[in-house]
Design a protein around this ligand. Structure first.
Ligand SMILES: Nc1ncnc2c1ncn2[C@@H]1O[C@H](COP(=O)(O)OP(=O)(O)OP(=O)(O)O)[C@@H](O)[C@H]1O
Length: 255
């Protein structure tokens, strides 16, 4: 683990009853770095995301965000640290309140972050522009937006608190290929412009390749292989990684 890592996960173990979901997983994400986590269903990706976000506590090992245990970031005093760590979910339609207009969802995040009421409308418009959405779309309800637009609203909401790290759990898997590429281009652009870091989870190596500097391959709760994305793509060491790559070939037009 590098001392400068924003997020460090060190030899983490997580069990659900008898089931060992993570078995000694370590990873680090530095400022402005995009780290991809790939693996088939059940490999433990979402569990790792929940641990990174402090929604779960590990049974062994440690998780640190900005030097703090995210599970213990509670209360008003920790709000400024919590704000630096945000989440982009797989299904924005499920995570956005259907009764709130898109702009209200983002304004709500701004309110929690302490942005005064008077500056909020302008801040919402700025965030919509930042994610490539017309500010006029803020007046729409989630049901009136496409999957790609909704995912941008979810990103805008995550950006409302000025984060350093976004944990993205399969954010493109519900989108068609064109919308996937546009979302990945947006995330790349945000990283380049504002130094955002990502822990980016996907079962799809073609998607991860588009964004991540480094990739970890997770299988049965263990890191099977890790390395720079280009190296792993050129010469996967493990047959499982090769199989994931083969599953992704044919869709390499994504890159
Ligand atoms: N709340 C839970 N209770 C019991 N077992 C769970 C729970 N959450 C996850 N698991 C189990 O832990 C293992 C890892 O699950 P996890 O959701 O982290 O995998 P994943 O790689 O994200 O899968 P998917 O891509 O299908 O979401 C799986 O065997 C899963 O069945």
């Amino acid at each position: 683990m590098t001392a400068s890592a924003l997020l460090s996960v060190d030899r983490v173990v997580k069990r659900y009853g008898d089931r060992l979901a993570l078995d000694g997983v370590s990873l680090a994400v530095g400022p402005g770095e995009a780290v991809g986590l790939v693996g088939e269903s059940g490999s433990g990706k979402s569990t790792l995301a929940r641990l990174a976000l402090g929604l779960l506590a590990p049974d062994g090992g440690t998780v640190r965000f900005a030097g703090r245990d995210p599970y213990r970031l509670r209360g008003a005093r920790d709000r400024s640290v919590r704000a630096r760590l945000q989440f982009v979910p797989q299904h924005p339609r499920g995570s956005l309140n259907p009764a709130l207009r898109a702009g209200e969802a983002v304004a709500f995040a701004l309110r929690l972050h302490g942005t005064p009421r008077r500056g909020r409308a302008e801040a919402v418009a700025g965030l919509f522009r930042q994610v490539g959405l017309e500010p006029a779309l803020a007046a729409r309800y989630p049901r009136e937006l496409s999957g790609g637009q909704l995912q941008r609203v979810a990103v805008a909401r995550a950006l409302a608190t000025g984060p350093d790290l976004l944990v993205c759990d399969e954010p493109t898997s519900a989108l068609d290929r064109g919308a996937q590429v546009r979302l990945l281009d947006l995330l790349t652009d945000l990283r380049e412009r504002s130094g955002l870091g990502y822990l980016f989870i996907s079962h799809d190596l073609a998607v991860v390749r588009h964004l991540a500097h480094r990739v970890l391959v997770l299988r049965h709760g263990r890191v099977l292989e890790e390395g720079r994305t280009a190296d792993l793509w050129a010469a996967p060491a493990h047959p499982y990684t090769r199989a994931l790559l083969e599953a992704a070939t044919g869709r390499t037009t994504l890159t």
